[in-house]
Ligand binder design. Structure first.
Ligand SMILES: [Zn+2]
Length: 179
């Protein structure tokens, strides 16, 4: 998939922040957090059906004339169009921890595929095949307890508003970068 929109090729690893700094700074920034995944949020779905164009979640298409849902079509709010092909994509919510505190991150398709070397489609197929479609995949659970450098987008926030979940745009466990 084309994920050039969020290019992570040139992310500097110098804008390092702790979890506490992330939660208490107000400015918009892209920064690196060295943290451990302490828990995956298994109550939230780990995958979604995404638009092949913009990667946003698609909705079932309701034909306004027949008022029926058409199974082979989906509507994308991002592209404001009807799409006929969709892609299973990762959206994995996790709690992370460093020595200053905890917060929540969400990782998307590129990062999770890179970490577990399997596409969301392959993993979902495998879950269904082994009759464990409702269980949380063990490949993902195996990420618990691992340490990474997460690059996250931090939006501008105010005293009264801090997002509860930050979007991850890059993950690495490359020791050179960690050290
Ligand atoms: Zn779209």
């Amino acid at each position: 998939m084309n994920s050039k929109k969020i290019s992570s090729d040139h992310i500097p690893f110098d804008n390092r922040k702790t979890v506490s700094q992330l939660l208490t700074s107000y400015e918009e920034t892209r920064c690196c957090i060295y943290a451990i995944i302490c828990a995956l949020k298994i109550e939230v779905p780990w995958w979604y059906l995404g638009c092949p164009g913009c990667a946003k979640k698609v909705n079932p298409y309701l034909n306004p004339e027949t008022e029926e849902i058409e199974m082979d079509k989906f509507s994308c709010d991002g592209c404001e169009t009807i799409v006929c092909s969709i892609k299973t994509r990762y959206q994995v919510h996790c709690k992370v921890l460093d020595h200053t505190g905890t917060t929540s991150f969400v990782m998307f398709d590129k990062e999770v595929s890179q970490l577990i070397h399997k596409s969301a489609y392959e993993l979902l197929e495998q879950q269904v095949q082994f009759n464990s479609g409702n269980e949380f995949p063990r490949e993902l659970l195996a990420l618990e307890g691992r340490e990474f450098v997460f690059t996250v987008n931090k939006p501008e926030t105010s005293k009264n508003y801090t997002p509860s979940t930050f979007y991850v745009v890059n993950v690495t466990d490359d020791h050179a970068k960690i050290l």
